[in-house]
Design a protein around this ligand. Structure first.
Ligand SMILES: [Zn+2]
Length: 193
């Protein structure tokens, strides 16, 4: 009996010690939670307070940006297609490498290669002559893009002005079939070459 009593006392002590530890642990846990909560709130409130002010500032400053965005987005999307600038209404003619079209120049073509004023071999569907700067990429309304690689004769510029483009063709037949047109011309920027 004594032995069992002493066992039960020991057990009671153990339980009491365990309970103390548990209480201490719980208290520590609760304190930790409470500290964490308070600290969290303090830090949260100290963080939260300036933020709404910043957001409000951003909102007030963002509102005009948002209204501007529809205007800006088409400009941002355009790099895929280079910006085109209307140069005006141009007198559009056609020419080939023959003597009728080029006069004296037609007699001076070694190996039959037709070079434009830019020093580049002229190609039908690519090359054109114009008083515009050499290398300018132009879009002739309804016809397509051409690169200024040649110069019209000075007397033609004197007679018809600067707003003219002479499109290069392979044959005199094709050039004469083109005739004379008056079309809007856009500048598409400098070629990358
Ligand atoms: Zn010709």
């Amino acid at each position: 009996m004594n032995y069992s009593e002493s066992m039960s006392k020991r057990e009671q002590r153990r339980r009491a010690i365990n309970q103390r530890f548990r209480r201490m642990f719980l208290v520590a846990l609760l304190m930790g939670l409470a500290m964490g909560f308070v600290f969290g709130r303090c830090s949260a409130s100290s963080k939260d307070r300036p933020e709404p002010i910043v957001e409000q500032d951003q909102l007030t400053s963002v509102i005009p940006d948002v209204t501007l965005e529809p205007m800006e987005t088409p400009l941002v999307e355009e790099p895929a297609e280079p910006e085109r600038i209307l140069l005006g209404s141009f007198r559009i003619t056609a020419y080939c490498s023959c003597e009728k079209c080029c006069g004296e120049w037609a007699k001076n073509r070694p190996n039959g290669i037709v070079y434009g004023a830019a020093g580049v071999e002229l190609k039908a569907g690519v090359s054109c002559a114009s008083p515009l700067p050499l290398g300018t990429v132009v879009e002739v309304e309804g016809l397509g893009e051409y690169i200024v690689q040649d110069r019209p004769a000075q007397w033609v510029i004197d007679k018809y002005g600067e707003n003219q483009i002479d499109i290069y063709f392979d044959s005199h037949e094709a050039a004469s079939a083109f005739g004379l047109k008056q079309l809007n011309v856009y500048e598409k920027g400098e070629p990358t070459e």
